[in-house]
Design a protein around this ligand. Structure first.
Ligand code: FRU
Length: 492
């Protein structure tokens, strides 16, 4: 451990975090150890455990000069905090250690590739460049040759102030490669591709993909991989415009599916979709497990909604559940990692419940639950609107409403105890499946993740509802047939 800065931060975070009881955090989602958290970084497996770093400002629950927080897990659900891994303490990253990724090197080290922000020429402007730190899974030493990719490696006409978030991976022959977010002088997002033999000396290869002013402006946090025989580019565009049934305005997420021309190192997209349709989702990163699963995690928050809940707790920011990715019928589909099944206990099952009006079901309660609800319209007097209310007590609830004729789902957390008027509702169109709907909700105290029709669409949102609001109720304006399978989730 080299820097005095980092040992001071380590001392601080350990003391400050000790004051937060476990019961005041999500159970199986990673939350900031203390202070502020944004993007997931360095999501990787190293020395037999999963490592997850995150954009971190330990001293307040607002964004500040970025550090890398650190946690490890054996099962992707039960996380153990490790001491902060990076702090802005060198000339190359004095303005912050921004997002990046991690990989195991040939000689068994853990290599972090991240964006160093360097204070610069114009007031309020910061040059961004890519830096390396190498470690043993606990302590990381910054490379003295940093930056390893700097603005002189950028092609003509690219902005030196928006060049960040390298995602490292290996090509089939073992060569290191990374994709980095960049943009041109017109603020149009581009994804650049670099290669390296050793992880330290990098060469620019190509512009892998370009926005061409279609999806927002700068594209942040790119990731690029093969999935089910296709190629996928994930990114989080800034300043998206509203497109009915597809994209919400603001900071969004984008999944492009297409093909990869390996010779010219060019990606050609064939389809586009949002990654998630909820309120709190941004900045995804994936890893490939030893058993071949592509697993994605995201920041369960969004820059547009951070005013909500910001001041309530000494920690701010959570990660989503790690999700298994697949392409089905040309669409990116997501399911919670299967490891979540090991947390299940206390099962409650209802089949073919027929009702019209409002009901509650015995045993269907909780705020750390995995629940799947399937509904179909009865032949006579079929419903048009069906609603699930959860995280409910006498005063508050959050709801998901299915409008069968419109084939639409509306999410609403307005009445969840919110005291900030940020966006609290979302609507999304779903494919018509004979009027049937299957939805799986994972609640973990301060969040809900909705997996619709086996993860064809997802909708993610944080909640700050009081912990004792554990109720569920079901409402329908006509005859509905409903199945419910619910598990409580917990560690043994
Ligand atoms: C995305 C992002 C990244 C950047 C980081 C800074 O949320 O803006 O582009 O590296 O956050 O914290």
């Amino acid at each position: 451990m080299s820097s005095k800065v980092i040992s001071d931060v380590r001392e601080y975070e350990e003391k400050a975090a000790a004051r937060i009881p476990d019961s005041d955090r999500p159970l199986f989602h990673l939350s900031s150890r203390i202070g502020w958290m944004n993007d997931p970084n360095g999501f990787s497996k190293y020395n037999g455990v999963y490592h997850l770093f995150y954009q971190y400002y330990p001293f307040t629950n607002q964004w500040g000069p970025m550090h890398w927080g650190h946690a490890v897990s054996k099962n992707l659900l039960q996380w153990q905090y490790l001491p902060v891994a990076l702090a802005p303490d060198t000339e190359a990253d004095f303005g912050g250690c921004f997002s990046g990724s991690a990989i195991e090197t040939d000689d068994g080290k853990h290599l972090l590739l991240y964006t160093g922000v360097k204070t610069t020429d114009i007031i309020g402007q910061f040059i961004q460049q890519q830096c390396v730190a190498v470690g043993d899974g606990l302590d990381y030493e910054k490379y003295e040759g940093n930056p390893v990719i700097d603005i002189s490696d950028l092609p003509e006409g690219f902005s030196k102030y928006d060049f960040r978030d390298p995602k490292i991976f290996r090509e089939n022959d073992g060569t290191y490669a990374c994709v980095v977010a960049a943009c041109d002088q017109e603020n149009d997002g581009k994804i650049l591709y670099f290669r390296s033999e050793d992880g330290f000396k990098w060469n620019f290869v190509s512009v892998l993909a370009e926005n061409n002013h279609r999806f927002g402006t700068m594209w942040e946090c790119p990731d690029f991989f093969e999935l089910d025989g296709r190629y996928v580019l994930l990114t989080s565009p800034m300043n998206m415009r509203y497109v009915a049934d597809k994209y919400s305005p603001g900071n969004g997420t984008l999944c492009l599916i297409g093909s990869f021309d390996k010779r010219n190192v060019k990606f050609t997209e064939e389809s586009d979709q949002a990654i998630d349709y909820g309120i709190d989702f941004y900045a995804t990163q994936t890893l490939l497990t030893e058993d071949g699963r592509r697993i994605m995690i995201g920041w369960m928050q969004n820059w547009d909604s951070i005013a909500f809940g910001n001041k309530l707790k000494p920690w701010f920011g959570q990660m989503t559940l790690p999700r298994e990715l697949h392409i089905r019928n040309g669409l990116l589909c997501q399911e919670p990692v299967r490891e979540i099944e090991t947390l299940r206990n206390g099962m409650a099952v209802y089949e073919n419940v027929r009702f019209n009006g409002s009901i509650r079901l015995h045993g269907i309660v909780g705020r750390t639950v995995d629940i799947e609800i399937t509904v179909k319209p009865a032949k006579a007097k079929p419903f048009n609107e069906f609603s699930i209310r959860f995280a409910e007590n006498e005063d508050v609830f959050t709801s998901l409403t299915y409008n069968r004729k419109k084939s639409e789902i509306a999410f609403n957390r307005k009445n969840s105890g919110a005291t900030s008027d940020v966006v609290h509702t979302r609507r999304l169109r779903i494919p018509t499946k004979n009027g049937e709907l299957k939805v799986r909700l994972i609640l973990d105290r301060y969040s809900v993740e909705c997996f619709i029709n086996d993860g064809e669409q997802t909708l993610t949102s944080v909640l700050y509802t009081e912990a004792d609001a554990t109720g569920f109720s079901f409402h329908s304006d006509g005859e509905v047939l409903m199945d419910v399978v619910k598990y409580d989730l917990g560690f043994r």
